[in-house]
Design a protein around this ligand. Structure first.
Ligand SMILES: *Cc1c(COP(=O)(O)O)cnc(C)c1O
Length: 391
């Protein structure tokens, strides 16, 4: 069919630059090892931090939910798609996050879009870290509020933005809790201090911190002892929680407001029973099996130290997200391909996901990896890194 030649031109240019990527289909369940093109490889690219995607308790909860309630819900939440289990999951999340209330959205992505587009108007301003997740950036695009972007985790620049915006009705500071490409943690105590000094609201997106940081994986707010001082906590149910969805944990008034104005909540169908029940089970697992988080951190330290000892540049990561920086875009993809040859699945990440010249292979270890698997992965990194002149 004719008509998309202009898109094909761009794709051809990407192929020439070596930045065109094929999707890599997995032929097994998600785990510390996965099957790619018939070959078992060590998985270092998932967000399955605690291995919960295939936890027996989650599997069973999903199966029971399908048996009892079927495959779908047949409606948006506000018409006939709220089941008691949806409310129960929200109660559980609010209790877990130590907030008054919580509201679940279809994904973390739609949570950011729904919250940001709903709560700000032309009288307000949103102040955002320059490396915030794409879903925050898109959420901001949907607001009518004024925008300010501050330099990455730069508190002097944030304070400058706060000083310049004192005439607005509301100022909302937005930040990732853990930054998804570099694995560094937002300086939340300083952000809270500035927000309190200048009477601004704070929204933290803890997609990568839920299940990873804080007591039982409660996130960055709890990690820093800031319960009750951050207005909006966004979380995802799709990463460490192991299923699918996003949520906002905040006050009852914010949640009530979003039930009336959060567009993805209002106009998109609610989660199927299997998703909701598995998410609920997952929160129980976080509380009852905290050794999973301990193992995640042991593995993180082991693997990070191993990469450093081999001479790789791992940037400023403080979490299980460890980027292996190579700089050149095509080289990052070659590195990733080479690693796959040697039995490791670790994706190359380049512009526009990260800035030009900061291409990398990004790794995330999980609680599921054994020390032997991580040792084997380090050997593959050594071989591939040497072959390509990276180390
Ligand atoms: C992954 C991620 C999201 C999106 O979450 P999904 O549930 O996968 O849609 C949002 N924000 C951040 C910071 C993320 O890393």
């Amino acid at each position: 069919m004719k008509g998309f030649e202009y898109l094909q031109l761009e794709l051809d240019a990407m192929k020439k630059e070596g930045t065109f990527r094929q999707l890599v289909p997995l032929e097994s369940e998600q785990g510390s090892k996965v099957i790619v093109k018939g070959k078992e490889v060590i998985q270092l690219s998932s967000n399955n931090y605690l291995g919960l995607t295939s936890h027996p308790r989650l599997r069973q909860a999903a199966l029971d939910a399908v048996e009892k309630y079927g495959a779908g819900t047949g409606s948006v939440r506000t018409i006939a798609g709220t089941f008691t289990m949806h409310n129960e999951l929200e109660r559980k999340l609010a209790e877990f996050k130590h907030t008054e209330a919580a509201l679940v959205f279809q994904s973390g992505f739609t949570t950011n879009q729904g919250v940001l587009s709903a709560i700000l108007s032309t009288e307000d301003v949103v102040i955002s870290d320059e490396l915030n997740h794409a879903s925050i950036i898109d959420g901001i695009r949907l607001t009518k509020a004024a925008r300010k972007v501050y330099k990455h985790v730069d508190m002097i620049d944030l304070e400058k933005a706060l000083i310049e915006t004192q005439s607005f009705r509301k100022r909302l500071i937005v930040t990732d809790g853990i930054f998804s490409m570099d694995g560094n943690i937002a300086p939340l105590p300083e952000i809270v201090e500035l927000a309190e000094k200048y009477d601004a609201l704070i929204m933290v997106d803890d997609a990568h911190a839920s299940g990873v940081l804080g007591k039982n994986g409660r996130g960055t707010v709890n990690h820093f002892g800031l319960d009750g001082r951050v207005h909006i906590q966004v979380g995802t149910l799709s990463k460490a929680i192991g299923v699918l969805g996003g949520y906002v944990a905040s006050t009852k008034s914010l949640v009530d407001y979003l039930i009336h104005k959060g567009r993805p909540f209002l106009f998109s169908t609610s989660h199927p029973p299997a998703v909701t029940m598995a998410c609920m089970e997952s929160i129980d697992v976080l509380i009852e099996e905290s050794e999973l988080i301990d193992r995640l951190w042991e593995n993180t330290n082991f693997f990070k130290n191993g990469l450093k000892q081999l001479g790789f540049k791992t940037g400023i990561s403080e979490t299980p997200i460890t980027p292996v920086l190579v700089g050149d875009e095509a080289l990052a993809h070659q590195f990733s391909d080479k690693l796959l040859e040697y039995g490791v699945f670790a994706q190359g990440i380049a512009f526009p996901t990260v800035a030009k010249g900061l291409a990398r292979v990004r790794t995330i270890v999980t609680a599921q990896h054994s020390q032997e698997e991580l040792q084997e992965a380090l050997r593959a990194f050594e071989k591939a890194g040497t072959a390509l002149g990276i180390i």
